[in-house]
Design a protein around this ligand. Structure first.
Ligand code: AOS
Ligand code: ZN
Ligand code: ZN
Length: 388
């Protein structure tokens, strides 16, 4: 039998970074519904993120997006965040919203466009130097819509060269994480479509380059936990972008669509020594809250990750290994699913209370009056990213 207390003791190692853009308004190409109290500045996004950490103890850092979260003085922003009890985390680059990148950025045929995209990443590294952030996350919208539109092979070669320049600029303690996505906004081919392509590029770059796995960026039916296991085995899993989706990439609340999948992913994270601050695997949310309220949406999300991590920690690995070795198919599956079906919510409420946190963070947020305060104070919030 798994020692419940010992297994759940590892929960203290869980830290989930939240994205600044989750607190802004977002939507689909059809409509962006605004919500009252939406942050107007990066400081207000950080203040909202700090609420999530204050009530859950799970979200000690906030990822920034450049240029959406650009400020003049990053050390001031650092102190501002620290005063609120959080730190500044991953810096996300952006080469997807300017006209110049219509046909690509780091892969573009025109050397001047590539230069601009590489320089943007240099700027992001300057921001990292100022904030003390460890990771530069690169997600590219590069790709084509029609067969023949671009030379896929040439684009790979240019991508490799551009990434080399960016990589060479990283400091000793900084890392580059390369995110893959199989389609959208490009609809025929994407230049970094899958973990294999990201792996090939990051392997060529060196040990400070790793793969970022966004859970929403796979074809339906993909065994994501296998990819997790493989990348951990290869020492190349750098970070997660957690979210969930029913169809394509839609950045819904992690664990909402398929909690069993999140459990299976967290099991492989634990199995592959990917849990904890020294593991080299950064856990991050990449979500947008189009209809639901944003701060409660983020609270729900980090709690979902914690809940599935707790269940994954409860897998009796000795019993599982014995059943596997004995060829006991159903026995092994039962050991695995018994952990998944264990209701850990009361234990997690105790875990929170023992750390001076509210047993029910969502109820505590609703009772805090914070939402009303920001609704009254903030007028004219901007859409996540596409403005401020
Ligand atoms: C895009 O689909 C990717 O998931 C990115 O990680 C991220 O959502 C984007 O950079 C928006 O901020
Ligand atoms: Zn992502
Ligand atoms: Zn995405």
């Amino acid at each position: 039998m798994t020692d419940f207390a010992a297994a759940l003791g590892r929960l203290d190692e869980l830290a989930i970074e939240v994205p600044s853009w989750a607190y802004g308004n977002s939507g689909t190409r059809f409509k962006v519904f605004g919500t009252p109290g939406t942050p107007r500045t990066v400081q207000e996004k950080i203040a909202d993120a700090a609420q999530v950490h204050k009530l859950t103890g799970l979200a000690p850092s906030v990822a920034l997006h450049i240029p959406w979260d650009k400020v003049d003085d990053y050390s001031e922003l650092n102190s501002y965040a620290a005063d609120l009890g959080v730190g500044l985390g991953t810096i996300n680059s952006n080469t997807f919203q300017d006209d110049v990148y219509k046909f690509g950025s780091l892969t573009h045929l025109d050397a001047q466009v590539r230069r601009q995209a590489i320089d943007h990443h240099f700027e992001c590294i300057d921001v990292m130097d100022a904030t003390g952030s460890k990771d530069l996350k690169i997600w590219l919208a590069d790709g084509t819509n029609y067969p023949g539109q671009g030379d896929m092979r040439g684009r790979q070669d240019r991508l490799a060269e551009s990434l080399q320049e960016i990589y060479a600029r990283l400091g000793d303690d900084q890392r580059l994480v390369l995110e893959y996505k199989f389609f959208e906004p490009a609809f025929y081919h994407t230049d970094v479509p899958d973990w294999g392509t990201s792996y090939a590029h990051t392997l060529a770059l060196g040990e400070k380059a790793l793969v970022c796995l966004d859970t929403g960026h796979h074809a339906p039916g993909t065994n994501i936990e296998f990819i997790v296991a493989q990348l951990l085995r290869l020492g190349k899993l750098g970070s997660f972008d957690f979210n969930s989706r029913f169809y394509a990439d839609d950045d819904l609340i992690v664990g909402a669509a398929d909690p069993y999948q999140l459990f299976r992913i967290m099991y492989e994270v634990i199995r592959g020594d990917g849990l904890g601050p020294d593991s080299g695997v950064a856990l991050m949310l990449d979500q947008c809250h189009n209809l639901e309220e944003k701060i409660p949406g983020q609270i729900r999300s980090v709690l979902n990750v914690q809940e599935m991590t707790a269940r994954a920690l409860l897998v009796d690995r000795v019993a599982l290994a014995e059943a596997q070795a004995a060829g006991d198919v159903l026995g092994a599956n039962a050991v695995f699913s018994d952990a998944f079906y264990t209701d850990v919510r009361p234990v997690l409420a105790d875990w929170r209370e023992s750390r001076g946190l509210p047993a029910d963070p969502l109820a505590a947020f609703a009772a805090s009056g914070y939402q009303k305060l920001i609704n009254d104070q903030r007028v004219g919030g901007t859409q996540a990213g596409w403005g401020a």
